[in-house]
Design a protein around this ligand. Structure first.
Ligand code: T46
Length: 143
């Protein structure tokens, strides 16, 4: 298979989910529930903060994990790669989530000093689900 065999109507790798912000005179609130804004059962939540300047995080794929990533403060640039094409998106809104499914290589770049990236996942942490070597990732998605 080569790049010409990718259907021209393939959906974008960047799947953004709007998260309703309930604002009033006091400020804003976003609520996340499985089956509503989050299209999977939430099994784990983690957040990344204090990332040092110039650091790139991620650099792996997952075999089965689904996740929703939200920059609840600050910003970072997410690069997604399905083994055929790459797309990128800035995460910089607490009222927007990025869905990342299995078989997607992800890299996080350009973290602002105040970035807090919160991630909701559909499974507990399992190192066996990671594809941390790019060639192994390619073999997985092109199998
Ligand atoms: C992902 C991107 C967006 C745990 O012990 N439990 C956890 O739930 C997680 C996520 C990580 N860890 C340990 C594993 C490593 O020793 O924390 C350490 C840092 O994890 P990692 O280097 O995988 O972090 P990132 O920022 O490169 O990637 C993370 C997630 O691991 C990954 O699933 O999609 O954020």
């Amino acid at each position: 298979m080569n790049e010409s065999s990718i259907p021209s109507d393939s959906p974008s790798l960047v799947q953004l989910v709007p998260l309703q912000s309930r604002g009033d005179h006091r400020g804003s609130l976003v609520a996340l529930e499985s089956g509503a804004q989050v299209p999977f059962p939430i099994a784990r939540v983690y957040y990344i903060f204090g990332t040092k300047p110039g650091v790139v995080r991620g650099l792996h794929g997952h075999k089965a994990l689904r996740q929703l990533c939200i920059a609840v403060a600050g910003s970072c640039r997410m690069v997604l790669d399905d083994g055929w094409r790459k797309e990128e998106v800035w995460l910089n809104r607490p009222d927007q989530g990025l869905l990342i499914g299995p078989g997607t290589w992800r890299e996080m770049h350009d973290f602002s000093a105040d970035c807090v990236l919160m991630v909701l996942a559909d499974a507990p942490y399992d190192e066996a689900d990671y594809l941390r070597d790019y060639d192994q990732f390619l073999a997985f998605v092109r199998r």
